[in-house]
Write a protein that binds this ligand. Structure first.
Ligand code: DGJ
Length: 726
């Protein structure tokens, strides 16, 4: 193995900027530089570990090399370095939550790390290699400092260093990373999202208790009840100011984020795939690479943390960040399972007249799918509903100038399906237990290679035979009866299943480069950077109520950009909540992301259709700013009478402001609301309201604010303002 370098090294690769990675061999100090932050760690060979020093505003290397490490005081009860290590293992004088816990063949667990080498494997990519002193396990800590932006990526690779025939090593906890935070006098406060089906992404900000706060999913998918990211601050950060640290894990199956606050005051985030029971068995010579966690520090508040993360996802994760997502129509709320060639054609014609660009046939087009009790697994067109197959419909949709999209739920089977009748053993089940049906369906075990291959074959057929441009990939239930004995790994296949989904998606995309994919899991049950790396947009919630959606969008955009957030305009009263909301408000809410229409157009009046066509045209005008611009959340839903967001394009040429007032109330209508102070505009430029012709300087819009347009009286008022640099 390469030796520890003897001098300060670092590869300058951006003119005039410090090298992204600098290593001071004398002190073992490593500085990772991003444009506005730095992350400092120290390799302590005497202590056989890697210690965290700083993560925040930039520091010179000379100073970084002298900075002390904040360890606990030394007594016989203290784990002195708890919360301080870059990758704490289970073993030795450590009592806090580990990032790595294993079991060797003899049943023992404790690890004794030794540091092998520290290298910059390629510009911006730091590798720290460690191994156990006596047992056959090595692990590498990977840090990637992308050329732009302040987001760091970390992951870990494990290698069984034994010989063929040796016993495997069981990885029990195998986190991607531990992100220790620097010491701050006040706080800390934790931000995360929580929710449920149809109520996803509720943002919560709470003081972080001492101890371990664990977020995660044991469901086999990312989950509705939490999302794999956390943000921390000292309790004083706001939307546009203050220090924030944000970490997000690219895990699409089960996952665990442990936010630790030690009694000594250390705060850190341990993020990784899996949970109890998802151990991985590592055979001699085999490697396991964890999912990536990406994290950042900013001094610009929660809004800047979100924008930096959006930029990171767009620049390094999304497959087609520069494309504009089309305006889509989806049939689910209009025709439910009762899709037919005729009713879809009728909807497609109306959708085309509105300016819709992509027509998506949702659930019900296949097998004997007359309701949710049958058909999943039988991916051939429903014989009675589509006697000529789907191709004539697809051709007509194309002739109307739209892309053709289809709903699929490839990881599932109904008992009432040819698939289940022929392959009952392919679903997650235990021989002597009832297989729990949820939504009357069972989960296919994609951790089995032949099952994943079969799924890929079916998807290939569906795309090829039906000239499909877009798939909505759904997933409508969590795993049960997955804990089989006798697996080589732990009881649960959750991590393998999620990785198989990734592989299938990767192969499908490679074979059909034109194909675009929407990730959905009963709404927002599988949204994470792992899925975003392989899909083009996501469906954040089955709740299409335009008022409820404001809160969903607020939580969603904490990490994910509006350009991947599908939102439909559906019927009023809303089928789920019964709330009656004017078309204008419904459009304004859906225009905050990737606009879709999901109402039953056959029942819309001529006036509504005309109005809708105007909104679609307006959306197409503002779409580049909404989908690719920078988002500022001006007023959060529920905190006052108004909710407002602002988008600015990267050149500060155009700006779009959306404002909603869900409930009027006397106080909300009596006095005009305060102006909306805008961000990110050029203070020296003038901006013209494209609809009223009014003009303001960027300085005025920032300092005084944009007067809120007259919203009139009554509930569910909303407005959209377009500003363009003069
Ligand atoms: C759940 C999705 O979130 C809905 O949009 C719809 O596709 C249904 N599944 C169809 O079963």
């Amino acid at each position: 193995m390469a030796e520890h370098p003897a001098t300060v090294t670092g590869r300058p690769d951006r003119t005039g900027t410090p090298p992204r990675v600098r290593i001071d061999a004398d002190t073992g100090t490593v500085v990772l530089n991003t444009p506005r932050t730095c992350y400092v760690l120290r390799v302590d060979r005497a202590a056989h570990t890697v210690l965290h020093v700083h993560w925040g505003a930039p520091l010179p290397l000379d100073d970084a090399a002298l900075l002390p490490v904040w360890a606990d005081h030394d007594d016989s009860f203290s784990g002195r370095l708890d919360g301080v290590e870059e990758y704490p293992v289970d073993g030795g004088r450590r009592f806090a939550a580990p990032a790595l816990e294993v079991r060797f063949a003899d049943g023992s667990s404790p690890l004794e790390p030794r540091v092998d080498h520290v290298t910059e494997a390629e510009p911006g990519h730091l590798v720290i290699a460690l191994h156990d002193r006596t047992r056959p396990l090595a692990w590498e800590l990977h840090y990637r400092v992308p050329p732009d932006g302040d987001v760091l990526e970390r992951w870990t690779e494990f290698l069984h260093t034994g010989r063929p025939g040796d016993d495997p090593v069981l990885l029990i906890r195998y986190a991607s990373a531990h992100w220790p935070l620097p010491q701050r006098p006040a706080g800390p406060r934790l931000s995360s999202v929580h929710g449920a089906w149809a109520a996803e992404n509720r943002l919560r900000r709470t003081p972080l208790p001492v101890g371990e706060t664990v977020l995660g999913s044991r469901r086999g998918h990312t989950g509705h009840d939490a999302a794999p990211w956390v943000a921390l601050d000292d309790g004083s950060a706001g939307e546009e100011s203050g220090e924030v640290w944000l970490a997000a894990l690219a895990a699409s199956g089960s996952w665990r984020i442990t936010v630790q606050h030690t009694a000594a005051g250390r705060v850190g985030v341990i993020a990784g795939e899996g949970h109890e029971g998802t151990e991985l068995s590592l055979a001699p010579g085999r490697r396991h690479t964890t999912a990536v966690t990406a994290a950042l520090h900013t001094s610009g508040g929660f809004g800047e943390a979100s924008r930096a993360f959006h930029t990171h996802l767009r620049g390094r994760v999304l497959p087609h960040p520069d494309e504009l997502r089309p305006v889509l129509y989806n049939s689910w709320e209009a025709t439910s399972f009762s899709v037919t060639e005729d009713n879809q054609l009728a909807l497609a014609r109306k959708a085309a007249e509105l300016g819709v660009e992509l027509f998506v046939v949702d659930d019900g087009w296949f097998g004997a799918r007359d309701d949710d009790g049958a058909g999943l697994g039988d991916w051939t067109p429903h014989r009675q509903r589509f006697p000529r197959g789907l191709r004539p419909l697809a051709d007509e949709v194309h002739r109307l100038g739209m892309g053709f999209g289809l709903w699929v739920e490839p990881e599932m089977a109904n008992r009432d399906s040819e698939l289940f009748r022929t392959r009952p053993d392919w679903v997650l089940h235990l021989p002597d237990r009832d297989a729990t049906e949820l939504r009357r369906q069972l989960v296919l075990d994609l951790s089995r290679e032949e099952v994943a291959d079969w799924v890929l074959d079916r998807l290939r057929d569906i795309v090829r035979e039906n000239a499909v441009d877009f798939l909505k990939w759904d997933f409508n239930r969590s795993f049960t009866e997955a804990g089989a004995r006798g697996r080589p790994d732990g009881r649960y296949p959750h991590v393998h299943h999620a990785r198989a989904v990734h592989r299938v998606l990767d192969r499908l995309r490679a074979e059909f480069p034109h194909l675009r994919i929407e990730s959905c899991a009963g709404g927002g049950g599988r949204i994470d950077a792992g899925m975003l790396a392989r899909t083009d947009q996501v469906w954040p919630s089955d709740n299409t109520d335009a008022v409820d959606r404001l809160a969903v969008h607020h939580g969603f955009t904490q990490v994910c950009p509006p350009g991947v957030m599908t939102a439909w305009v559906t019927d009023s009263p809303n089928p789920l909540t019964g709330r009656t909301v004017p078309l204008r408000f419904r459009f304004h809410t859906a225009m905050a992301g990737v606009l879709g229409i999901g109402g039953d157009l056959a029942r819309w009046t001529g006036t509504a259709l005309e109005e809708a066509a105007e909104f679609v045209a307006l959306y197409k005008d503002v779409r580049p700013v909404v989908q690719h611009g920078r988002l500022h959340r001006l007023l959060a839903p529920g905190e006052g009478p108004l909710t407002a967001v602002q988008y600015v394009d990267r050149a500060a040429e155009r700006c779009v402001v959306l404002v909603w007032r869900p409930a009027a109330g006397f106080a909300a209508c009596r006095t005009p609301p305060p102006p909306l102070r805008l961000h990110g505009l050029d203070p020296d430029a003038r901006y013209r309201d494209e609809d009223t012709g009014a003009q303001w300087s960027g300085a005025t819009l920032g300092a005084f604010g944009l007067p809120v347009p007259d919203l009139g009286a009554g509930d569910h008022a909303s407005a959209l303002v377009r500003l363009r640099r003069v």
